[in-house]
Every structure is written in structure tokens, then in C-alpha cells.
Design a protein around this ligand. Structure first.
Ligand code: GAL
Ligand code: CA
Length: 358
């Protein structure tokens, strides 16, 4: 690890000296670029490379649309925003990053397939002299400490997933143990449907939703704990199987809304009424989930504010392009959503998607 950084730093210093010697701008970040196209917007001659771990992910597709839309509103040209979906494959993602660097994008915005691929992506970007903004999937603490230590133009924009787990626990606690304990055995029978293995959001949401309930004195009785890979269909199958095996929960805690909706559909198909026979919580505030919260089929969700996150990511990229610095961690807040504010959050997200559709 140490060698990796020494190598990186020496190479970057060498590049800087060589470029300065050529009399060219040593700024890879756009200021030395031909701005003849800039009549349509201040950044229309500047290119942005975006890599999303998986474009079919419901939440990341909303995030990505908002990101592109916001970049355009800030003066970037749509044609210069190159978006790749990485099919949840780190080798694919690495080759995409390499390609974007060889195409000389001015800045990279990356949603890493996993935290372990981040070290290689950082290395490629730093060696290429391209600033880098990670989104949504946080690289590890060790990786982030290197950005800090070597003052690299690399940052992460995201939320603290512990907060979303705590909010899920609180949404359930707000109902009261008497309501949740449908079979009155003094325990809460539950399913936990987890996102992806080794994913920080999944780990924290699982841990903190549960500990919030347990710390409040509820005895939690796990009937099923499985990985649904953030995916609606997978969660639907997991839940249908649990029901068919006679494991009937009082509560379903899903690490995201897509999986919560998958679970709800399985209960409906089996003749149960979510909101009465089982209480389901998710995270993200997908439009369909907000509708279900308003209608009472879903107890609540947590708004994973992709609007603020995507804008913060683009703003961080813009600061790098203007040779300014960023903090190495740019945080956002989650918002707890129940029937009282679901309509309000719905108007916020639908206004954003109306903008994205323009
Ligand atoms: C989470 C989000 C999930 C999924 C995941 C991908 O923040 O809640 O729905 O998109 O990121 O890593
Ligand atoms: Ca019970």
C-alpha cells in the first residue's frame, strides 16, 4: 500500500515537472482547454466520465438521471457527459475508468462496484491527473486516509448509512410494541432482507435498525435473514419462500425500498395485507414506496436524498475543475418518512424527475 502511494506521488510529481517544462498548462482540469464551445454553457467544452456500479439498480438510476440533469443545468453539454454502467463487475468498471482516462475526461464521478476496487480506481485517476468524486458506495477508511495524507483531488459524497438504519428502527418503534407484536408472544418476529454482501450501507442498515429496536427493549425474533442484492424480484422470491415455509413475520426490515416492495408484493400474492398483517420498512423513498407509505401498505421509508447527493457530487467536481479543493468526505442527511410526510417527499422527488425528463 505504502509503495503504491510513493509510486503514485513520484509519478505525479514527474508528470507535473515534465508538463510545466513543455510550456503547457499543468492543469489537467479543464482551465487550459479550448473553450470555443462554451457559448452554450460555462462547462460545455469540459467532459465528465461517470461510472455507475449497475444502471438497473432502481435507486442508482434515479441518482444518475439527476446527476446528468444537474450537470447540464450547470452548463455542461450532454454530449460531454459519458455514463457507463459497470454491470456490478469490478473488472468491467476498471476497464471503463481506463477508457475514460484515455479519452481524457476532465473529471471522474464513480459509484464503485465495491470498496476494494476503489484503490485501483484512485491510482488510475491520480496517475492520469484527473480529479475523482466517489458517490454512494464509500471506499474504506484506509483509502480515504490516503487522500487526506497526500492531499489528493479525491473525495466521497454520500450519507452515513447508520442514520438510515436508526430511522428504520425508529419508524417501527413509533408504532409501539403492542401494535407490532401481532401474535402477542412478547417478541417481534421479523425478516431482515439485506442489500449486498460486504456493502457498507447494507451492513450498517442491518445492524443499526436492529440495535435501535433492541436498545428500546424489544425482543427481536429473526425468522429469516437473507441477501436480496438490492433487487425487487430477489426479495419477492425470498419472501414468497419464507411465507410458503410457514415463517410469518410481524415486521420486515429491508435494506432498501426495491426489496421492501418485492416483499410487499409477495405478501399481497399470499393473501396478507401489509400495514395490517405485517409492517414493512425500506430506505430510499422510491416513488412507488412513497405511494405505498401514503396508502398504508408500507409503514415507512427513509429518503436517501439523491437530489442533494448528486448535486453535491457535481458541485465537488466543478470545484476541482476550477482548481479548488474539496473536503475528502462530503456528507448528506437522510430524512425519515412516514404517512405524515410521504406526500411532501413525493412532490420533491417528482419535481426532480420532471426536470430530468426535460
Ligand atoms: C444504497 C441504496 C440502494 C442501492 C445501493 C447500491 O444507498 O439505498 O437502493 O442503490 O445504494 O449500492
Ligand atoms: Ca410476536
Amino acid at each position: 500500500m505504502k509503495n503504491r502511494l510513493v509510486y503514485m506521488i513520484v509519478t505525479v510529481m514527474l508528470c507535473t515537472v515534465l508538463l510545466a517544462g513543455c510550456g503547457k498548462s499543468i492543469d489537467f482540469r479543464g482551465s487550459g482547454k479550448d473553450n470555443s464551445l462554451s457559448s452554450q454553457g460555462p462547462y460545455s467544452g469540459t467532459s465528465v466520465g461517470v461510472c455507475i456500479y449497475q444502471l438497473s439498480d432502481n435507486f442508482m438510476s434515479l441518482f444518475c438521471d439527476e446527476l446528468v440533469n444537474y450537470l447540464i443545468s450547470q452548463g455542461f453539454s450532454k454530449d460531454n457527459i459519458i455514463v457507463y454502467g459497470s454491470s456490478n463487475d469490478q473488472a468491467v468498471q476498471l476497464s471503463q475508468v481506463e477508457e475514460l482516462i484515455s479519452r481524457k475526461v476532465d473529471v471522474l464521478i464513480v459509484n464503485p462496484v465495491n470498496s476494494s476496487v476503489a484503490a485501483s480506481i484512485t491510482e488510475l485517476a491520480v496517475l492520469g491527473g484527473i480529479p475523482l468524486v466517489y458517490i454512494n458506495r464509500e471506499p474504506g477508511a484506509e483509502e480515504e486516509s490516503y487522500w487526506e495524507q497526500y492531499d489528493l483531488d479525491v473525495t466521497y459524497v454520500g450519507c452515513d448509512a447508520r442514520q438510515s438504519g436508526i430511522y428504520q428502527g425508529e419508524l417501527l418503534l413509533d408504532m409501539g410494541q403492542d401494535v407490532l407484536d401481532i401474535n402477542k408472544d412478547g417478541k417481534i418476529q421479523y425478516y431482515m432482507i439485506e442489500g449486498a454482501p460486504e456493502n457498507i450501507d447494507a451492513g450498517y442498515r442491518t445492524m443499526y435498525s436492529l440495535s435501535t429496536l433492541q436498545n428500546a427493549g424489544l425482543e427481536m425474533d429473526c425468522l429469516l435473514d437473507e441477501v436480496g442484492n438490492w433487487d425487487m424480484t430477489t426479495a419477492n422470491l425470498i419472501t414468497a419462500k419464507g411465507i410458503a415455509e410457514g415463517r410469518i413475520p410481524e415486521v420486515v426490515i429491508a435494506n432498501n425500498d426495491a426489496m421492501a416492495i418485492g416483499a410487499i408484493n409477495a405478501f399481497l400474492a399470499a393473501g396478507y395485507m401489509p400495514g395490517r398483517d405485517v409492517f414493512v420498512v425500506g430506505v430510499d423513498a422510491l416513488p412507488t414506496a412513497l405511494e405505498k407509505v401514503s396508502q398504508g401498505q408500507m409503514l415507512g421509508t427513509v429518503f436517501n436524498d439523491y437530489i442533494s447527493q448528486s448535486h453535491n457530487a457535481a458541485d465537488a467536481a466543478i470545484r476541482y475543475l476550477n482548481s479548488e479543493k474539496n473536503e475528502h468526505y462530503i456528507g448528506c442527511e437522510y430524512i425519515k418518512v412516514d404517512a405524515s410526510n410521504a406526500d411532501n417527499i413525493y412532490s420533491i422527488v417528482s419535481a426532480a424527475s420532471a426536470g430530468a425528463a426535460k
